[in-house]
Design a protein around this ligand. Structure first.
Ligand SMILES: *Cc1c(COP(=O)(O)O)cnc(C)c1O
Length: 420
């Protein structure tokens, strides 16, 4: 049971709003660092363990700096993410490059930085060779197809666009070896936002078996296995977090039984989690601006799905706290909406809340990963600011809100006026 406690008071938020109007995302540095520590403490039972923070979850240099200080690497999936990692000071094999349908310039940038390149398809070997050359160290992403079930967000592996089949994996290592690669890694990612520890333990078992098969058929020993991200977070108050130590200990057991029994050690174990690292420690703070009563009752906020789209995209539950009304009975039922001309622009449907009036401050929980990052500009909406609540209680603006000038920055009104 998680209590959905907030790291700030209503007074603190009102003080912040004087300087930075709603909506904004705010991240809790102390909790992020504490969680990163607990994560590493549990997983250090695994040989050569390294966690690469998935940049796409919360692409902000201040947060990446925290990851670096907590001795995480980064997992990048695009040119811009590689550039951000570079600017924060990540180097070489601290960077994992796991992308799919990859453009040539992205491969070139990854090679320039000496990142670990994780190929998503067998045809990318030739593409990489032509565009950037085959590096010494190369990794492949495995898609187990019908052998595994997947879950709601990623879908069934056999219908997912990612990775190589089992046969292709075997072939890919041999091709790369012939082309001069000397070091090899193996990667997979088959579930997302999954709270059951068994999924990850089972994934490790599957990968260890594959490592044995690769060795038996090709003579290649992989130097690391990256188990991907996908550890979930408890978004509903009645859910429990996944236990890091249950996952780590389960993985270790299979490592002993499979990797060590087959004399394949040492194989380093990597993860590239995003959500579980920052998700629970970010909040979208928004103001109720309209209360509407028609066939249903609506709370209209000054945020919208352009600021946070998970509820609209996945029907995800995100807890909502009405600041200062935490102990009032939840005897009203509302849809909590944004202002987009899209009926699915809702943060909650039929949500029990205390009575909400205009000017009330609403806090939407668990927006610290895949939150701000999924933002967009539809309906001329502007991306919000991002704030960092520092361990000493001070607040740092780590990204300003977009302005109308930003929105127009790619347009040329002058030419449009003169356009005939
Ligand atoms: C999205 C993604 C991650 C991170 O997933 P989380 O659910 O945030 O842990 C890691 N690896 C790859 C390849 C991804 O696409």
């Amino acid at each position: 049971m998680n209590q959905k406690k907030l790291p700030f008071t209503k007074e603190k938020i009102l003080e912040i709003i004087k300087k930075c109007p709603t909506p904004f995302h705010i991240y809790d540095e102390k909790a992020i660092r504490q969680n990163a520590n607990e994560f590493l403490k549990a997983f250090k039972v695994l040989y050569g363990f390294k966690q690469f923070f998935a940049v796409k979850a919360t692409p902000n240099p201040y947060l990446l700096k925290i990851m670096k200080q907590e001795s995480f690497g980064v997992d990048c999936s695009s040119f811009a993410e590689l550039v951000m990692a570079e600017n924060v000071g990540f180097k070489g094999e601290e960077i994992m490059f796991s992308s799919n349908d990859t453009p040539a310039e992205d491969f070139r940038k990854a090679r320039e930085l000496g990142a670990i390149i994780n190929l998503d398809d067998i045809s990318h070997i030739e593409f990489l060779e032509k565009t950037a050359g085959i590096p010494d160290l190369i990794c492949f992403r495995y898609n187990p197809g019908p052998a595994r079930k997947g879950n709601a967000i990623i879908g069934k592996p056999e219908e997912a666009k990612y990775g190589l089949t089992r046969e292709q994996m075997l072939e890919a290592y041999e091709i790369c070896k012939k082309k001069g690669a000397k070091r090899f890694g193996m990667h997979t990612m088959i579930v997302s936002n999954e709270l059951h520890e068994d999924y990850f333990v089972e994934t490790a078992r599957m990968m260890f078996d594959l490592a044995v098969e690769v060795y038996n058929k090709t003579g290649i020993k992989v130097e690391f296995i990256n188990l991907g991200g996908g550890i979930g977070i408890p978004q509903k108050p009645e859910e429990n977090p996944a236990s890091y130590s249950t996952i780590a200990d389960g993985v270790k057991k299979h490592y002993k039984n499979i990797i060590e029994k087959n004399n394949l050690q040492p194989v380093k174990i990597f993860t590239e989690c995003g959500r579980v690292i920052t998700g629970p420690y970010g909040y979208l703070v928004t103001k109720a601006i309209h209360i509407k009563h028609i066939y249903k009752d609506y709370v209209g906020t000054d945020a919208c799905m352009a600021n946070f789209m998970r509820p609209a995209l996945y029907g995800a539950y995100h807890h909502i706290t009405v600041l200062g009304k935490e102990s009032m009975p939840k005897d009203y039922v509302y849809d909590v909406t944004g202002s987009l001309c899209e009926n699915n622009d809702k943060f909650a449907i039929n949500r029990k809340l205390p009575e909400v009036v205009p000017e009330d401050i609403l806090v939407i929980h668990d927006t610290g990963a895949h939150g701000f990052a999924m933002g967009f500009n539809y309906n001329g909406k502007l991306r919000s600011a991002e704030l960092l609540l520092r361990s000493d209680g001070s607040v740092l603006k780590i990204r300003r809100a977009e302005t109308v000038d930003d929105y127009f920055a790619t347009l040329d009104f002058e030419s449009a006026i003169n356009f005939k």
